[in-house]
Write a protein that binds this ligand. Structure first.
Ligand SMILES: *[C@@H]1O[C@H](CO)[C@@H](O)[C@H](O)[C@H]1NC(C)=O
Ligand SMILES: *[C@@H]1O[C@H](CO)[C@@H](O)[C@H](O)[C@H]1NC(C)=O
Ligand SMILES: *[C@@H]1O[C@H](CO)[C@@H](O)[C@H](O)[C@H]1NC(C)=O
Ligand SMILES: *[C@@H]1O[C@H](CO)[C@@H](O)[C@H](O)[C@H]1NC(C)=O
Ligand SMILES: *[C@@H]1O[C@H](CO)[C@@H](O)[C@H](O)[C@H]1NC(C)=O
Ligand SMILES: *[C@@H]1O[C@H](CO)[C@@H](O)[C@H](O)[C@H]1NC(C)=O
Ligand SMILES: *[C@@H]1O[C@H](CO)[C@@H](O)[C@H](O)[C@H]1NC(C)=O
Ligand SMILES: *[C@@H]1O[C@H](CO)[C@@H](O)[C@H](O)[C@H]1NC(C)=O
Ligand SMILES: *[C@@H]1O[C@H](CO)[C@@H](O)[C@H](O)[C@H]1NC(C)=O
Ligand SMILES: *[C@@H]1O[C@H](CO)[C@@H](O)[C@H](O)[C@H]1NC(C)=O
Length: 789
């Protein structure tokens, strides 16, 4: 069979598969750009190689994924596309030659072979030129473009280079490579400057967990999603362990992502790992003199600094240039304040203990200074003054406690606008108004808020940001409308009709919970998935705003967040369709005493991950504002799934005031900031999380309980109680764990981990919000591992 097969291939030159595709290209034959069927297909039919359209009448010879025909794995001539007429790839004398329009040679393998050779695409996606004896003369795996496939080695001689933009496949500005010190890095190699941004440039190699001593310089991953590099860097895809079609691609936005082909029917990819979680920290994203901000619709947004204008329309790589001239007369120069803004690098000077006026004067007097940053280090009480000669890598983030003052002509100061001023990161202002009612309606509230929900039908992925959706959105604004529809459909997030919902819930027959602004029903969708369907109280919010918010929530996709499958807007009806969690809420499970130590720890870590993702990874501005056991649901493997996030945005004031909506911010779990009317930051969620963990550890309600103390009984809050026990611990030098840990665990727990869990919880419930850790720090502390991104 094998022999006659080769014989056939040899004789026919190219062997037709199905109707018009080929399995191998032989000596003396060619693939033509004009015949759409001139495509090589791998035996497993996962990969194709042929002429790929990259523009009007422009083609590149490429390898693409059969299931996702717009995803290219490799290109021969990315810088120089060929004409759609008379171009061909031919195999002559053992040499592959790509000719443009029958004339110029655009690309070649530069080989001479006296053997008979054959070009094939293997099941791995590797395009190989082999002798009939099986000796490999050339392979595409040795010259990757922007994508690495499973088992393909990245070596000292190869690098991945991003494409210029999602629609322009020629080389862009971002590069993954082994540096001269043997460390795998990401580099921004822009029109004017180069800078390394991963691992974080302020860390030494060893601090970033890398070694410089292994000079083999190789990196690769396998189809199970385990990546390993010779500098000790390794990661596991969030769906690691499952055999998947995967790729690792450096994208035109500068991020390195691993993808799994989530659905072979639709060809939709999902992100299973990414190197950079905060897109604005990637160097060069917006070019010089601009600001990168997190945008909840598109992920990130670039804007010129006030007084500056874009240099090349529609291409942020070149950033912005000044649209003003500064006078030599210092009294005509002023400063424009930008809050929470940081520009990385390019300091002219750094001075401590300057007053603002001294700092401003220093910048004013230097003609090289274009702005200064003034920052108070709260821990030391020292004011730092940085004057800047270039404004690059600008970003605005609410966690950054420093402001930038731009040097601009005083006369036109009032005409400038802060490009970032509409951003707001706080929870809905309604939360403040609820306070009074929450206290009064406490009893009722407890009953109402026993939300049950949801399951893990899809389960599995940790980081499925459905990023393919939103990256598409912000990469190419013009096309966003059409693409959005397509991508959303492809990822399964959809709009339901009211009739569909009525059918799924058998006309709203099974109520499974109330709270968070509506009633929750169980339903079975037409594709047999079990769903939790939340009918929102009547809202008078406009359709457009509602849709915008729903889309945002729909894009949040994390293993530890409840998955939203769709929504329904019809007339007055607004419904949200979620996955159904089989084991109900953490509150129910705690009261039923069914959680052993392993489950409890898993719940603590998972919940922290879900919240960290909400706060930091995808969309920085999302605060939950109502973290409590009723809103943490458990799937069939007891993985926690945080529910009810993003809802405050969907409910307007009117519905918040109606009956079932007092849940946002619940007594016992609310941070002191709410009561003290302090700014609301992500630390309110950290506080609530800390309370939930204390409840998980002790099995006691946070709302205060009676303790007997030498015959006297007194009411204490859970936090006070645990704090006192821990203080005793110091004086008596005995562990307090026995006293505080839930007795239903019968002492079956890991003492070290429990100590950590208690310590972390107590840190989270500090009165002073700055003393509380961030959620990602919590994850690190619980897992006891350093994480450098
Ligand atoms: C994969 O390729 C084969 C042969 O070209 C084709 O018949 C099939 O439809 C392709 N599958 C997808 C999902 O595109
Ligand atoms: C990709 O596949 C879709 C549907 O199978 C088809 O309409 C489209 O033309 C294909 N695109 C390319 C570039 O082959
Ligand atoms: C793609 O990018 C390259 C490099 O910046 C540029 O020269 C080329 O004109 C771009 N092609 C298209 C079609 O925009
Ligand atoms: C590169 O830097 C020089 C000097 O700062 C500047 O004049 C030039 O415009 C820059 N070019 C680009 C493309 O940013
Ligand atoms: C260097 O890295 C390679 C690939 O990860 C590994 O096989 C090898 O054992 C390492 N060498 C040393 C000395 O650690
Ligand atoms: C990846 O998974 C393997 C097997 O489960 C485990 O041994 C390894 O420690 C994990 N690596 C990382 C970086 O999590
Ligand atoms: C893939 O997508 C199609 C169409 O949306 C859907 O019918 C199918 O169930 C999905 N398959 C999986 C495994 O999710
Ligand atoms: C500087 O500007 C101020 C205000 O515009 C003006 O009063 C003053 O005369 C100017 N000084 C010089 C030296 O031009
Ligand atoms: C700045 O002030 C602090 C506190 O007043 C002092 O400890 C520190 O030495 C000062 N630093 C410098 C560089 O003057
Ligand atoms: C919260 O946001 C509103 C507008 O959405 C703003 O007016 C208010 O100042 C913000 N509050 C805080 C504490 O940031």
């Amino acid at each position: 069979m094998g022999l006659s097969f080769f014989f056939l291939v040899f004789c026919l030159g190219i062997l037709p598969l199905a109707s018009s595709e080929y399995y191998a290209l032989n000596e003396g034959s060619s693939l033509s750009v004009e015949k759409s069927g001139d495509v090589l297909v791998s035996p497993n039919r996962l990969f194709s190689a042929g002429f790929f359209p990259v523009g009007d009448n422009a083609y590149c010879f490429a390898i693409w994924f059969n299931h996702s025909n717009s995803t290219v794995a490799w290109m021969a001539n990315r810088e120089q596309p060929v004409n759609g007429r008379r171009s061909k790839l031919s195999l002559d004398n053992g040499n592959l030659v790509l000719t443009d329009a029958g004339q110029t040679i655009v690309w070649t393998t530069d080989l001479v072979s006296t053997f008979s050779v054959q070009l094939k695409i293997l099941d791995s996606g590797n395009l190989v030129l082999r002798t009939l004896g099986g000796h490999t003369l050339w392979q595409s795996f040795d010259s990757p473009t922007d994508t690495l496939l499973p088992h393909q080695l990245l070596t000292r001689n190869t690098q991945l280079v991003s494409s210029r933009s999602p629609g322009n496949y020629s080389s862009g500005f971002y590069k993954l490579y082994f540096d001269n010190d043997n460390v795998l890095r990401l580099l921004y190699n822009g029109p004017n400057i180069s800078s390394v941004y991963w691992p974080a440039p302020w860390l030494l190699s060893w601090q970033a967990g890398r070694t410089t001593y292994n000079d083999s310089r190789t990196a690769s991953f396998n189809s199970l999603g385990y990546f390993i590099s010779s500098d000790n860097f390794q990661f596991n895809a969030s769906d690691a362990g499952a055999e998947q079609l995967r790729r690792l691609t450096i994208e035109s936005d500068g991020n390195l992502r691993m993808y799994s082909l989530a659905n072979r029917t639709t060809g939709a990819w999902s992100v299973s790992w990414q190197a950079i979680s905060q897109p604005c920290t990637i160097h060069g994203v917006c070019g010089p003199n601009s600001l990168c901000t997190y945008d909840h619709g598109s992920g990130r947004k670039c804007s010129c600094l006030p007084g500056y204008k874009m240099i090349t329309p529609a291409d942020w790589a070149y950033g912005c240039g000044p649209n003003f001239e500064l006078s030599d007369n210092l009294s005509e120069v002023g400063f424009f304040q930008l809050l929470h803004v940081d520009f990385y690098g390019y300091d002219l000077s750094y001075t401590q203990n300057f007053t603002w006026d001294q700092c401003a004067m220093q910048c004013m007097q230097s003609s090289d200074c274009s702005a200064f940053q003034y920052k108070l280090y709260e821990d030391t009480g020292v004011h730092a003054c940085y004057t800047k000669f270039l404004l690059k890598n600008g970003q605005q983030t609410p966690n950054f406690m420093g402001d930038v003052y731009l040097k601009l002509p005083k006369a036109s100061m009032s005409s400038y606008e802060d490009p970032t001023k509409d951003s707001s990161w706080n929870c809905s202002s309604e939360a403040h108004e609820q306070l009074a009612r929450i206290y009064r309606k406490r009893q009722e509230n407890e009953i109402l808020s026993s939300l049950l929900w949801f399951a893990s039908a899809l389960g599995g992925f940790e980081v499925i940001c459905v990023i393919s959706v939103w990256f598409f959105l912000f990469r190419d604004q013009k096309k966003s409308v059409a693409d959005q529809g397509y991508h959303l459909a492809a990822t399964g997030f959809k709009r339901f009709t009211y009739a569909e919902i009525q059918k799924a819930t058998s006309n709203f027959i099974t109520e499974i919970g109330r709270g968070g602004g509506g009633i929750v029903y169980k339903g079975v969708l037409s594709d047999k998935r079990i769903a939790a369907i939340k009918q929102l109280n009547e809202a008078n919010q406009g359709d457009a705003q509602f849709l915008a918010e729903v889309m945002t929530i729909g894009k949040l996709n994390h293993m530890n967040l409840i998955d939203m499958w769709g929504y329904c807007v019809e007339g007055k009806h607004r419904l949200l369709i979620y996955e159904y969690a089989e084991h109900g809420s953490l509150a129910d499970n705690l009261s039923a005493n069914v959680l052993d130590w392993d489950k409890r720890f898993q719940i603590a870590v998972g919940t922290a991950r879900g919240l960290a993702y909400l706060h930091e990874e995808c969309l920085e501005w999302v605060l939950h504002c109502d973290v409590k056991p009723q809103n943490i649901l458990l799937d069939n493997g007891y993985q926690p799934k945080v529910a009810d996030f993003g809802l405050s945005k969907l409910l307007d004031r009117k519905s918040i005031n109606s009956n079932f909506s007092m849940v946002r911010g619940t007594r016992g779990y609310m941070a002191p900031e709410w009561v003290l009317n302090l700014p609301i930051t992500s630390k309110v969620d950290v506080y609530s999380y800390g309370i939930v963990i204390l409840e998980l550890i002790t099995g006691k309600s946070p709302r205060g309980f009676l303790t007997s103390n030498g015959g006297e009984t007194e009411e204490k809050s859970l936090v006070t109680w645990v704090r006192e026990k821990r203080n005793n611990e110091v004086s008596t030098k005995t562990s307090c764990l026995e006293d505080i840990v839930d007795p239903t665990m019968n002492g079956q727990y890991d003492i070290n981990k429990m100590e950590i869990l208690v310590a972390v919880a107590m840190q989270c419930v500090e009165e002073d919000r700055d003393a509380r850790p961030t959620m990602s720090r919590v994850v690190q502390m619980l897992l006891h591992e350093e994480n450098d991104f």
